[in-house]
Design a protein around this ligand. Structure first.
Ligand SMILES: [Zn+2]
Length: 103
């Protein structure tokens, strides 16, 4: 089966345990804090726009030009916004996750 690049992927370990991770839209690399950014078009209007996750550097540069003006942020900020806007808390997140590092 051809490997698909998707924003959210599930990573399996040798024991068959699974853990969701986020991946670069361009190359599919699993993104870690400090190595990835989120980018979205700046419309300046009331709108909902797609968000792209990218490796800093080559993938970020390859992506430039897809949209006119863009905004971006660091990965931890995106995760914080997603947690907050989904109505959860950091305490709840800590209690319910198995980290990718434990795979
Ligand atoms: Zn990449």
């Amino acid at each position: 089966m051809e490997r698909e690049i998707a924003l959210i992927q599930v990573q399996y370990d040798k024991a068959g345990r699974s853990c969701p991770v986020i991946a670069c839209d361009v190359c599919g690399t699993v993104l870690k804090a400090g190595k990835g950014i989120y980018v979205y078009p700046s419309t300046g209007a009331e709108d909902t726009v797609p968000v792209h996750l990218l490796c800093k550097g080559d993938c970020d540069r390859a992506f430039q030009g897809k949209y006119g003006e863009t905004r971006f942020g660091e990965l931890p900020a995106l995760l914080g916004f997603l947690a907050h806007n989904s109505g959860t808390t950091l305490k709840s997140i800590k209690e319910n996750i198995i980290t990718a590092e434990s795979l």
